[in-house]
Design a protein around this ligand. Structure first.
Ligand code: 5RP
Length: 224
């Protein structure tokens, strides 16, 4: 199976969670794009969605699906999103597409978080994929120094040329190896304490609730 076919297969598995009349949370990235492309195959029309990025919003709008302001929505039933790494306990690294902060807000506001990915995203230790941290632009250098003070063996690199949908910068932390969900939650909390950090790409305090992982031999279902 090609990478696109695997993404489509994982996306298809998440369609069962989409309910008529319910507000749908939609993440960001190529696997989510596959999911959005499948929404017209449902026997009903999704009327309202919350989107994690402008790119997803445009794709949803192109299908005639209204994208609401989260401030106007009480709770989201289900949130469907991809991941850059899926670690122990369904803790995730996200933000390769720079949408981590909105993704985290929507995950937190959702009753159920369904993660869709191909098997290459499963890891035993998280951090080979550099961990994104969204920062207020004026704090970028000081946040990078504070991260180095926390983890001296890591390297924090500014993702040059990228401005998030929130107008902020991104730092990617290279060289992490996080082997438990508890360690991921501790680092997520510690990074959040640095002034200037808006959010970080660890999803360990609010993990996915279920993951559909596409492999050549079929779909695997993972629970925390
Ligand atoms: C964007 C994300 C994406 O979910 C993550 O990068 C996975 O993307 P893809 O499905 O293209 O592999 O976190 O910020």
């Amino acid at each position: 199976m090609t990478p696109s076919e695997l993404k489509l297969a994982a996306a298809k598995a998440a369609l069962a969670f989409v309910k008529p009349g319910a507000v749908l949370g939609v993440g960001s990235g190529s696997t989510v794009n596959a999911f959005i492309s499948l929404l017209p195959t449902l026997p009903f029309k999704v009327t309202t969605a919350i989107a994690a990025s402008r790119a997803s919003e445009e794709l949803l709008n192109a299908q005639g699906i209204a994208v609401a302001d989260l401030n106007a929505i009480d709770r989201i039933g289900v949130y469907v999103d991809g991941a850059d790494e899926i670690g122990p306990g369904l803790a995730l690294i996200k933000g390769g597409g720079a949408a981590l902060t909105r993704e985290k807000i929507i995950a937190q506001a959702s009753d159920q978080f369904v993660c869709i990915a191909d098997v290459s995203k499963i890891v035993s230790a998280m951090g080979k994929f550099p961990l994104p941290v969204e920062v207020i632009p004026m704090a970028r250098t000081h946040v990078a120094s504070a991260i180095m003070a926390l983890h001296s063996h890591t390297l924090s690199k500014w993702r040059e040329g990228i401005i998030t949908d929130n107008g902020n910068h991104l730092i990617d932390i290279h060289g992490l190896a996080i082997s438990s969900a508890a360690d991921a939650a501790a680092l997520e909390t510690a990074l959040n304490q640095i002034p200037g950090v808006v959010s970080n790409g660890l999803f360990a305090l609010r993990t996915a609730d279920i993951a559909y992982i596409a492999a050549a031999d079929g779909i695997r279902t993972l629970n925390p």
